[in-house]
Design a protein around this ligand. Structure first.
Ligand code: FAD
Ligand code: NAI
Length: 467
């Protein structure tokens, strides 16, 4: 069998690339080693984690906020098995939707482990031991990533777990130590904290979500502490041991000899992910990787071998589903002879805690490092009628604009529905709007989006109305 385009890996990078290639008239095949399509994101990442985040937030609101709203609930309890069951159903429906999309776009799906035999020939090894080989004029590698699990943490998938296992826990644990105060640690940590689990986060650096704006990290720390989460910042885990149904996590203060041990039901390892190229036979195609194991690509996302492209978590850049999707479209269009473009500066980052965190463009730290003159406008949610009505008063919006041109250079927010609100900032920045442009747009009242307008007003000659 010969194809114009063969995609290896069916995550948001791979399946989107396949659909776009098929839309552009290419005879396309996709190879996935698991029985369901959708990759990390749909099966064990974005979608299941958001399902549990929503369920746990409902419980938390019922337990902590309903009384103030004048709603008395008696006999409230968590049915974790049902919560996980609902999450599994959401995943099932979502991945089945992909089977439909593959059929609709006439994309051939091969289930099995794909590996290069040569730059144009791919072998697919099925679970039953049989193999098939297909020919490809162009190959798109979209094999994604796996959690980093250093040997010293003794990852056993039972008590020492990663996000994949945490999504299947069907009894509320009493305690959990989370290694890493990044996105996974905080999202999944807050799921369990809302359900009553004692959470200790050990983070090597001096702040959580280190890649995001410092003010956002401070605001989020405050909110998560209110939820009962404890943070050991500037600490490293030096060893993990399982003892029956318990884990003992040895923690050491950075640059010091001070040590202590945390005991918990689970230890969640969330210190980042590594590109996944195991058994891909890159050597048979002559494709090279960098010192971090990422497939090297040029500005067209083409590897060092002509006709072989790579996208998503397996290459450099943010490990985000929407970044992988953009790159999938980019490569499919490039192969079809078009001239697509991605502005990596305008790919938003979101943390789905509550309040949510979202940011796009440059952070204040980056502007300082690049010596770009800027002005800042901030607006706190507690000053917003909509936020008071819903009792979501934690957080703020920050607009960073160029000191002389007023162009919006970065927008960072912590607050209710920040994940959705950041889209307005992305759109404005795509069109290179000024803070005053944003400030002059009508925003429906009362909405959370008014906080963005107020922050833009604040950045425009300090003209916020409601503070
Ligand atoms: P993946 O989704 O990892 O897909 C790669 C696929 O390739 C896998 O299905 C794998 O089985 C397959 N594969 C690998 N090797 C082979 C082979 N040799 N042959 C055949 N198939 C192969 N990102 C967001 O933007 N928003 C979120 O809310 C979010 N939440 C997340 C929550 C969690 C818990 C985790 C773990 C991640 C989350 N992410 C989120 C990150 C997101 O999941 C990834 O950035 C995204 O899935 C990357 O897409 P991809 O297509 O590059 O790779
Ligand atoms: P991460 O890179 O977000 O955070 C890892 C954290 O662990 C960092 O703060 C780092 O300083 C810390 N760390 C590293 N080594 C450590 C050690 N030995 N001891 C203590 N702390 C240590 O990685 P995470 O949370 O594992 O997520 C992986 C990827 O998945 C991220 O790149 C993220 O983009 C993606 N993701 C995205 C989500 C979203 O968009 N909402 C949700 C979940 C994951």
């Amino acid at each position: 069998m010969t194809y114009d385009v063969v995609v290896i890996g069916s995550g948001p990078g791979g399946y989107v690339a396949a659909i776009r290639a098929a839309q552009l008239g290419q005879k396309t095949a996709i190879i996935e080693r698991y029985n369901t399509l959708g990759g990390t994101c749909l099966n064990v990442g974005c979608i299941p984690s958001k399902a549990l985040l929503d369920s746990s937030e409902h419980y938390h609101n019922a337990a902590e906020k309903f009384t103030q709203h004048g709603i008395d609930v008696k006999g409230l309890s968590v049915n974790m098995k049902q919560m996980v069951q609902r999450k599994n159903e959401v995943v099932d429906q979502t991945v089945k939707g992909l089977d439909f999309l593959m059929k609709k776009n006439k994309i051939d799906v091969f289930t099995g482990h794909g590996s290069f035999v040569s730059p144009t020939r791919i072998r697919i090894a099925k679970a039953d031991g049989s193999t098939t080989e297909i020919e490809a004029a162009r190959v798109i590698i979209a094999t994604g990533s796996k959690p980093i699990t250093p040997a010293v943490f003794q990852y056993d998938k039972k008590r020492v777990i990663t996000s994949t296992e945490a999504l299947q826990i069907d009894q509320v644990p009493k305690s959990m130590v989370v290694i890493g105060g990044g996105v996974i640690g905080l999202e999944l940590g807050s799921v369990f904290a809302r359900l009553g689990t004692k959470i200790d986060v050990v983070e090597f650096l001096d702040r959580i979500i280190p890649g995001m704006d410092t003010d956002c990290s401070k605001e989020l720390t405050r909110s998560l502490k209110k939820l009962g989460m404890q943070f050991h910042l500037g600490h490293a885990v030096t060893g993990v041991q399982t003892k029956g149904k318990k884990v003992l996590v040895e923690v050491q203060k950075r640059d010091s000899e001070d040590k202590f041990t945390l005991e918990a039901d689970y230890c969640l390892v969330a210190i980042g992910r590594r590109p996944y190229t195991d058994g891909l036979g890159l050597e048979n195609a002559g494709v090279i990787t960098d010192d971090k194991g990422r497939i090297e690509v040029d500005e067209h996302l083409q590897t060092n071998v002509k006709g072989i492209y790579a996208i998503g978590d397996v290459i450099k850049g943010a490990m985000l589903a929407h970044k992988a999707e953009e790159e999938g479209v980019f490569v499919a269009e490039t192969i079809a002879g078009q001239k697509p473009h991605i502005d990596y500066n305008l790919i938003p980052g979101v943390v789905y805690t509550w309040p949510e965190v979202a940011g796009v463009g440059r952070t204040e730290e980056q502007l300082k490092a690049e010596s770009i003159p800027y002005k800042t406008g901030k607006f706190p949610f507690k000053a917003l009628g909509r936020a008071r009505a819903s009792m979501d008063v934690d957080g703020m919006v920050k607009v960073l604009a160029h000191a002389t041109t007023d162009e919006i250079l970065g927008v960072h927010m912590v607050g209710p529905r920040a994940a959705d609100m950041i889209a307005e900032a992305v759109a404005l920045m795509e069109f290179r709007a000024s803070a005053e442009d944003a400030a002059r747009m009508s925003h429906a009242h009362p909405t959370y989006t008014e906080a963005f307008r107020e922050a833009a007003l604040a950045a425009t000659d300090n003209r916020a109305i409601h503070v």
